[in-house]
Design a protein around this ligand. Structure first.
Ligand SMILES: [Zn+2]
Ligand SMILES: [Zn+2]
Ligand SMILES: [Zn+2]
Length: 502
């Protein structure tokens, strides 16, 4: 292990203390096998691997024989702010998934390369002027927004960027409702794309759905101003999905036009509540960017499949915290923010009836993020807006969608990618145990063919807790950084078709 950065005296003290623990060597091994997880899960228990034909115990693992009396496994959190190394696994999987939908691989036929595909970005409209940092063509920073009262040239990383210039007149209600309705707006948009395509071909929508199918992979990203926007790969297949081509009338230009028109026309209505000023319309902002996806990436309006997949995968591991808000809920998990118990008659015992885990005013967040959270909290008390579940999603500034979603036939799934990795690990374990090539590993409770070459895993596990001490956390971070470096170097080496993402 090498340290690439300087530690403070205090950090050195906790590092030394952690390394002095008699179980440190084994701890380091386990954390390395989690990829340097920042918040590992601690388990107690045992597992046996048995050859059912002979009754021979091939492997007997028991945490009581471990120096620390526990097994550490990865947390698998997708958020880079919570666990950079597990987020990296998620990012790599998302990359594979998005890329397979563009060029084939992982159950998707390579013929999808010939299907119309485009990459679009859908943003929110303005809810009032915010501080921004825009560069001129020569790289100098433009004056922020002189007309709105800010004549600064904001430096890179200035925390003011994204915050309302005049919080008193900023439309926080509109912004929060927009985040809350953005998923519905996306669904509305896809139905209009289908309608537009039908119009081009002179077909009814029903007939269109019999000849082609719209597939997409989509990632949500928060802008500095706390509004979500979507990056989407859209692909047009034949009615059966990726194995089939759509009729030739549907070129990539026709698809792009349909997407642009749909973005301009799509509108949904947010429910009206006491504090919403009536029933508000929710539409996309004017900046809709649609680009063709090509292999070479020639021309200004084209991007390559690798760029698109890399871009989407990167955003899939970020959430609202990149805009300076929280990475965990404000609402009490028990009562979902209502402050009442399940009968609705008594106060929730967990939060004492407050509904929240924190006082929003006491959170160390910027003013803009606090105002968005407070607006969610206030509107969330209104029964007329109940369906938006604004209190449980206040930390996400009202957005309650998934960060990465895809239509059913766009590509492979994250579950399939994970189980492929699990199978790879099982096969490695069987080779290690000296089992025959065709042997498979099963859990006692699985369905399996008793006549085939099979070994059985029997296990009993119990949850002990999670996390690190201060010193362990520093070591884990260093391990994660070392592994990332190894991965970077491995990219220059020849690779198998199946890359095992650590
Ligand atoms: Zn983790
Ligand atoms: Zn400014
Ligand atoms: Zn509660």
């Amino acid at each position: 292990m090498s340290f690439k950065r300087d530690f403070t005296e205090e950090e050195i003290a906790v590092l030394v203390e952690a390394a002095a623990d008699p179980g440190f060597g084994r701890w380091r091994e386990m954390i390395r096998s989690t990829g340097g997880c920042a918040d590992p899960i601690h388990l107690h228990g045992r597992s046996e691997i048995i050859d059912p034909a002979t009754g021979e115990v091939l492997l007997d693992y028991d945490t009581d024989k471990e120096p620390l009396h526990r097994l550490l496994v990865a947390c698998r959190n997708r958020r880079a702010s919570r666990c950079p190394s597990c987020a990296e696994t998620y990012r790599a999987d998302t990359y594979q998934l998005i890329r397979a939908g563009l060029v084939g691989g992982k159950d998707v036929p390579p013929s999808v390369i010939a299907h119309p595909r485009s990459f679009a970005t859908f943003t929110a409209p303005s809810f009032g002027p915010v501080h921004h940092r825009v560069l001129n063509a020569d790289g100098t920073v433009r004056l922020c927004q002189p007309a709105a009262g800010c004549r600064l040239r904001h430096q890179k990383g200035d925390p003011l960027v994204g915050q309302a210039i005049d919080p008193g007149s900023y439309d926080y209600v509109g912004a929060v409702l927009w985040n809350a309705m953005s998923g519905a707006l996306w669904h509305r948009t896809t139905t209009i794309v289908v309608r537009e395509l039908a119009a081009v071909a002179g077909m009814s929508e029903r007939d269109l759905r019999r000849t082609c199918r719209l597939s997409y992979g989509k990632v949500a990203e928060f802008q500095a101003r706390g509004l979500v926007h979507f990056h989407v790969v859209i692909r047009l297949d034949g009615a059966e999905g990726p194995d089939q081509e759509a009729p030739s009338v549907f070129t990539v230009e026709v698809l792009e036009d349909a997407v642009r028109h749909a973005a301009q026309q799509a509108v949904v209505w947010a429910p009206a509540g006491a504090g919403t000023g009536g029933r508000r319309t929710v539409v996309w902002g004017r900046e809709i960017d649609v680009q063709a996806v090509t292999l070479a990436g020639v021309g200004a309006a084209e991007v390559t499949d690798q760029q698109v997949a890399g871009y989407l995968a990167k955003y899939a591991t970020k959430a609202a915290e990149t805009t300076g808000t929280l990475d965990r809920p404000v609402a009490c998990w028990h009562c979902k923010g209502s402050g009442a118990d399940s009968s609705g008659l008594r106060r929730c015992g967990r939060c004492g009836g407050r509904g929240s885990k924190y006082e929003i005013a006491d959170l160390t967040l910027n003013q803009h993020a606090k105002a968005m959270i407070q607006t969610c909290w206030d509107l969330g008390a209104d029964p007329a807006l109940e369906e938006l579940r604004l209190r449980p999603w206040a930390h996400m500034l009202g957005f309650r969608g998934h960060f990465s979603t895809k239509s059913r036939l766009y590509s492979t799934t994250l579950t399939k990618l994970r189980s492929a990795r699990l199978e790879w690990r099982k096969a490695r374990l069987l080779r290690f145990l000296g089992c025959p090539e065709e042997a498979t590993l099963h859990h006692l409770e699985d369905d399996f063919d008793p006549d085939a070459e099979t070994v059985l895993a029997v296990g009993h596990w119990q949850y002990l807790g999670r996390g690190h001490t201060a010193g362990q956390a520093l070591y884990a971070r260093t391990i994660a950084e070392d592994l990332a470096e190894e991965r970077r170097l491995a990219r220059f080496a020849p690779n198998d078709e199946w890359e095992e993402p650590a």
